[in-house]
Write a protein that binds this ligand. Structure first.
Ligand SMILES: O=C(O)CCC(=O)C(=O)O
Length: 410
């Protein structure tokens, strides 16, 4: 199949909305011979120049993180995927404060896109407080879903002792009021809301999520949306960058959260083990730090001592949006219920595709020369179409396993 034909296939699929998959490995040696060596060299040089400029001009360390975190990714990005790293991020063009989280009332989409999206975290007021899900609290869940099971992270002592257990909501309701610094419980459930249409309907709209390329993903590998986060006092998340390096969102419905947000460019201070995989239906790299930034072991993690971060407290009814590349960790000082979600849009799709390409070891030869002429949506569809069938089957299997493990036959 020639590159031109390949693009036609993508367009065709796009229009007909048929299954997205076809095999990138169908590229024949003849396809490669069509390229002249000279063109390839110029292309290679341009790629390196673009990558270098992006690193210098943007000052964004996360581009480097990709290169360090996965050597496979290096092969992919340095050669055929130049346009995927030519992102638009530029903190220097941004005049708002970076020493604290900016707070905006009902930010317009234009304001969000121009000043915050893929640049700085922002706390948005006046949106989530209108959602029907603001009624969610312990009694609500107990009375409507008491016999339903949820996965619960339980910690005795330090976070390193975290165990995942399955409890009914009724059982969880007994232990959740009793959070202590050295004993706490946290429902972190990716599937619960999605398995209950009434809960899904309680989640309102936000203009910032409207463009959503994740909707183009085949269902089997689409990242789960709307994670239920219900923690006792003192519960906390891991310190991490989000999977696929997407833009993360967090809507607090009850209680409050304390956040530590770490600007990009300090990745060497987080003691990340390279090449950890996330175990999601569509594989991705995991960027979880072993450090608990709310209870730091200075001796063990000396590099973390002078890391820069900004803090914010988020109350019920507020929405926090965290750009790609920012490590973050949350601490719930009181019992807190929230929903986290993710954004894949025209601003960050390159970053996410890059993660998918690297983690799933997609073959660079399958990329056409004229990929720059593709629209963002076409590029997303093209990459999805390269995923082999086994990836889709694996996605289905993982979801089934998780449902079986945590919910049984309920
Ligand atoms: O526990 C929390 O609210 C933080 C969740 C989070 O960081 C995430 O979903 O990426």
């Amino acid at each position: 199949m020639t590159n031109r034909n390949r693009k036609a296939v993508v367009n065709q699929k796009d229009k007909s909305n048929h299954a997205l998959r076809y095999r990138g490995s169908s590229t024949t040696p003849q396809d490669d011979e069509d390229d002249s060596d000279g063109e390839k060299r110029i292309w290679g040089l341009s790629v390196r120049l673009i990558i270098l400029s992006a690193c210098f001009v943007s000052g964004f360390g996360f581009i480097m993180l990709y290169f360090n975190a996965a050597s496979e990714m290096k092969n992919v990005t340095e050669t055929n995927y130049a346009e995927l790293v030519n992102s638009e991020f530029n903190l220097q063009n941004y005049s708002f404060a970076t020493d604290r989280v900016n707070i905006r009332d009902n930010a317009s989409l234009q304001e969000f896109t121009k000043y915050f999206d893929c640049q700085l975290p922002v706390l948005i007021r006046g949106v989530v407080n209108e959602w029907p899900s603001m009624k969610w609290n312990r009694d609500f869940f107990k009375s409507h879903y008491g016999n339903q099971k949820v996965p619960v992270v339980s910690v005795e002592g330090a976070m390193i002792n975290a165990e995942v257990k399955t409890m009914t909501i009724e059982e969880f309701s007994q232990v959740v009021p009793d959070g202590k610094p050295s004993r706490w419980h946290y429902v972190q459930d990716e599937l619960f809301i999605n398995r209950h249409d009434k809960l899904k309907a309680d989640i309102g709209e936000a203009i910032y999520f409207k463009e959503n390329f994740f909707k183009l993903f085949p269902e089997e590998i689409r990242p789960w949306d709307a994670m239920l986060l219900w923690g006792s006092a003192h519960s906390r998340s891991h310190l991490h960058i989000d999977p696929y390096n997407w833009t993360g969102t967090n809507a607090v419905l009850h209680g409050r959260k304390r956040w530590k947000l770490f600007p990009p460019g300090q990745d060497n201070k987080f003691y990340i083990t390279p090449n950890q995989m996330c175990g999601f239906p569509l594989n991705c790299y995991k960027y979880n730090s072993p450090i608990d930034s709310f209870n730091i072991d200075d001796e063990k993690y000396p590099l973390f001592r002078n890391v820069n971060y900004i803090e914010i407290e988020q109350n019920a009814g507020e929405l926090l949006i965290i750009p790609p590349g920012w490590f973050h960790q949350v601490y719930n000082p009181v019992e807190t219920i929230a929903i986290s979600s993710q954004i894949m849009n025209s601003k960050n799709y390159n970053i996410i595709l890059k993660e998918i390409i690297a983690a799933n070891k997609l073959i660079s030869d399958a990329f056409p020369d004229d990929i720059e002429s593709y629209s963002p949506k076409e590029k997303v569809l093209f990459i999805l179409a390269l995923l082999p069938d086994e990836v889709i089957q694996r996605g289905r299997m993982i979801t089934d396993q998780i449902i079986q493990q945590f919910y049984g036959n309920q």
